[in-house]
Structures are given as C-alpha cells and as structure tokens.
Design a protein around this ligand. Structure first.
Ligand code: THU
Length: 128
C-alpha cells in the first residue's frame, strides 16, 4: 500500500463493535474516507427476514451520501477472517468511482490486509 490507511483500518475495526449480526454471527465493520477527509463508519445490520440484511460497506456509503458526500478516496472493511466485499457492495462502491481504494483487514490481526482498486473488484460493472 503506498498510502498509510492504518487510521482507516483502525476505524473499520472499531465500527465492527456495533455490528448487529445475531443470525450469522459474522461481524463486519467499515470505514469510508471521503475526499475532504471525513470518515463515515458502518457495520452490518441483519434482520430476521434474512434478505433484508445490510452490509457494513453499504451502511457506511448510505450514511455518507445521505449527508451530502459523493467523493470517496478509500473504504476499509474489517472482519474475522479477512473478508472481501460481496458483489452487491462492489457494485455499490464502484458507483462512486473506479479508483476508490478498498482495503480488507483482519479485525484480530490489523497487519493482515489486502488492497485493491474498486474497478479491479468489479470489472465490467453495471452502468446505466
Ligand atoms: N457482510 C458484510 O457486511 N459485507 C460484505 O461485504 C459481505 C457480507 C455481512 C452480511 C451479513 O450480515 C454477514 O456479513 C454474513 O453474510
């Protein structure tokens, strides 16, 4: 990683504490860095009607966009073990740019990370 995203990965790990995952017990946190430096966090929010579950990445993006932010530099995602964003989240991230840095971090071992550009995670993304 050229850039130091350790503050962002730390925040993603912290955000995971709020995860509401009573069905899967798979806790996920996210921290989204806007281009103006603001960080928006999110966690997964599950539901008894499983299909309604919201991923951490999309929770963070919805928080940011609903507060007027649309320009993003990076998003960190924390889980144990390290997890790559699901397909829906990849499409959601790339909506806001092909050059967004995506970092996955192991919440129990912050030194274990993987990094991509949003376009690498979803080549040929859907566009209208
Ligand atoms: N999950 C996320 O929060 N982000 C992803 O990219 C993949 C999956 C959540 C959804 C669900 O609450 C749990 O992880 C298990 O699938």
């Amino acid at each position: 990683m050229d850039q130091d995203y350790s503050k962002l990965t730390r925040q993603a790990i912290e955000a995971r504490q709020a995860s509401y995952a009573p069905y899967s017990n798979f806790k996920v946190g996210a921290a989204l860095l806007a281009k103006d430096g603001t960080i928006f966090t999110g966690c997964n929010v599950e539901n008894a009607s499983y299909g309604l579950c919201i991923c951490a990445e999309r929770a963070a993006i919805c928080k940011a966009v609903s507060e007027g932010q649309r320009e993003f530099e990076a998003i960190a995602v924390s889980a144990v073990p390290l997890a790559t964003p699901c397909g829906a989240c990849r499409q959601f991230i790339v909506e806001f740019g092909k050059d967004i840095t995506v970092i996955s971090v192991n919440a129990e071992n912050p030194d274990e990370t993987r990094t991509w550009k949003s376009s690498e995670l979803i080549p040929e993304n859907f566009e209208l």
